[in-house]
Design a protein around this ligand. Structure first.
Ligand code: ADP
Ligand code: MG
Length: 319
């Protein structure tokens, strides 16, 4: 396996006696879109600040592109584009002028700066508005300008802190599509923090669930469900017809003996079968072959909704 682009080991950050990030371990591979998902106050921004060398850790280590950001914050900033929660622009300058300014700061020369600014404005869908003052941009436009701004220096990694906050649904969709494009077409590694489960689910290859400074689980959505729920990832509910009562005991044993079945809860003629794989077909066949009638079969997959209800209670996803 290649060296991870972002490597965090036992990272801890305290504010006074309050531990905002608690022994965090995480690695992110090149080209991945990783979602750091957690409710407000989970410690997402604090973690990101440490990745950028903008805040000092209390213990543990961080490497970004093999650089220690605490020791070499300037080297990290050359390789990593960071879009903070509240991105600041010169409101009296146009979108184009703001990009040209960032280009100069990053030592990109005149003609090259102009070429790159125009290309990026096109890419983020701001060509038509490039000569409007940034102060007149909507929140969604500001975020897109922010993305163009971090891309000016051709970063290897981009870190986006709650980039979709306050953008309308159409704007969110366009923004998320851009992120996927940057990853798939340009091979840029993306770390994206959010408290919006559905947005993260749409774009991230892998997700880490971050609550009260601790990473509870990480993986793709399927494996998260398996890690976070003790039972299997699927519950298949079957309704049995009232006939065939004598066959039901034999049938129950047969179902329990299916390899991926973890447990069966029986409530009269409704059985809830928890299993680690989607075996709806096998279950319906077993029931029908037994001679017991099947009145319904309903499959419930644990997804981000279930994770949300269990771990993000009190948070409001639409905030
Ligand atoms: P998130 O970005 O996930 O919403 P933050 O990293 O901003 O969470 O905050 C994590 C916790 O640390 C919160 O309880 C917050 O109040 C606290 N915190 C963040 N920044 C500071 C600070 N500069 N001083 C004191 N406490 C802070
Ligand atoms: Mg935050």
């Amino acid at each position: 396996m290649s060296t991870p682009v972002i490597e965090i080991s036992d990272l801890t950050k305290k504010y006074g006696s309050y531990t905002a990030v608690d022994k965090l371990n995480l690695s992110i591979e090149k080209g991945e879109v990783f979602g750091l998902l957690g409710p407000n106050g989970a410690g997402k921004s604090t973690t990101i600040l440490m990745l950028m060398g903008l805040s000092e850790s209390d213990s543990g280590s961080v490497k970004v592109c093999n650089i220690d950001p605490e020791r070499n914050p300037i080297n990290v900033k050359q390789k990593v584009g960071y879009l903070p929660e509240d991105v600041g622009f010169y409101d009296d300058l146009t979108g184009f002028e703001n990009l040209m300014y960032t280009a100069r700061l990053n030592s990109v020369s005149g003609i090259e700066a102009q070429k790159r600014s125009l290309q990026l404005l096109e890419r983020v869908g701001l060509s038509e508005d490039m000569h409007k003052k940034a102060g007149k941009y909507s929140r969604g436009m500001r975020q897109r300008l922010g993305l163009a701004d971090v891309l000016i220096k051709n970063p290897e990694v981009i870190i986006l802190d709650e980039p979709t906050l306050g953008i309308d649904p159409t704007g969110v969709k366009a923004f998320l599509e851009l992120i996927v494009q940057l990853s798939k077409q340009d091979g840029i590694t993306v770390l994206f923090s959010s408290h919006h489960l559905h947005q993260v689910q749409q774009v991230c290859d892998r997700v880490g669930i971050f609550v009260k400074g601790k990473l509870l689980a990480e993986g793709n959505v399927d494996s998260l469900a398996k890690q976070l729920f003790n039972s299997g990832a699927y519950t298949i509910e079957v309704g049995l017809a009232a006939n065939g009562n004598s066959e039901k005991t034999t049938l129950l044993n047969k179902v329990k003996n299916i390899e991926t079945v973890e447990s069966v809860q029986v409530e009269g003629d409704i059985w809830r079968i928890e299993c680690t794989q989607d075996i709806s077909n096998q279950i319906s066949k077993t029931i029908i072959d037994s001679g017991v009638g099947l009145s319904h079969l309903y499959k419930k997959e644990y997804g981000l909704d279930d994770i949300y209800h269990r771990y993000f209670e009190g948070g409001n996803e639409d905030e």
